[in-house]
Design a protein around this ligand. Structure first.
Ligand code: GAR
Length: 219
């Protein structure tokens, strides 16, 4: 039984196909997250139309009209707090976040990246994977930490790289997996069925406290 669904915001900058996958998953009655806000830094982000159609709360905080990164993030923070947000999902949100913002959301801020981290951090991941001749590529959902495209990995999916691949065909194969692992990862995080040990995220119910080891054992 779910006591309270986690109030989740999705941050987007563009097409929003991952946002769509998250919104559709959250329509399930037993999904432990509800999407309470879709926020974009770009007024023209194509993904916003879908969110509006779904009747979701949509907001734009245009980074271009803010004096700097932190001012921009403080405006986002006001909105996130106004909507009582518990969890933030970055879904193609193409702004680097400051340590201040990341600090506000530590352990509650997740990102999807189109590569098998820690390989191919940064941009143009598919073209770089092809240029390197790798045979396996993929995507990663991870908690966000200060270092870009680092942080404990929640979920990954791998796809084969085909001889005929272009960056576009490879991107499409990876994207199909993104749409599967991001909702699955959000389900675990929102449902609390995970444990973080250092850099490792163990999925499943949090382990019960191990019994104390007594020497000699008590009968
Ligand atoms: C996705 O492939 C996502 O992994 C990537 O941008 C795309 C957004 O597509 N994110 C990054 O590169 C973040 N570093 P979408 O708007 O259709 O979800």
């Amino acid at each position: 039984m779910i006591l309270r669904r986690k109030r989740t915001a999705i941050l987007v900058s563009g097409r929003g196909s991952n946002m769509r996958a998250l919104v559709e998953a959250a329509q399930g009655p037993d999904f432990p997250a509800e999407i309470c806000l879709v926020l974009s830094n770009r007024p023209d982000a194509p993904g916003l139309a879908f969110a509006k159609e779904k009747g979701l709360a949509v907001a734009v905080v245009d980074h271009k009209i803010h004096a700097g990164r932190e001012e921009f993030e403080r405006s986002m923070q006001v909105l996130l707090e106004l909507h009582g947000i518990d969890l933030v999902c970055l879904a193609g949100f193409m702004r680097l976040l400051t340590p201040w913002f990341i600090g506000q959301w530590r352990g509650r801020l997740v990102n999807i990246h189109p590569a098998l981290l820690p390989a191919y951090r940064g941009l143009h991941t598919h073209a770089r994977a092809l240029a390197d001749g790798v045979k396996i590529h993929g995507c990663t959902v991870h908690f966000v930490v200060e270092a870009m495209d680092e942080g404990p990995i929640i979920a990954q999916a791998a796809v084969p790289v085909l001889d005929t691949d272009t960056p576009e065909t490879l991107a499409a194969r990876v994207l199909a997996q993104e749409h599967i692992i991001y909702p699955a990862a959000l389900g675990h995080i929102a449902g609390g069925s995970y444990t973080v040990r250092g850099n490792r995220v163990l999925l499943g119910e949090p382990a019960a406290e191990p019994l104390p080891l007594l020497v000699p054992p008590v009968a």
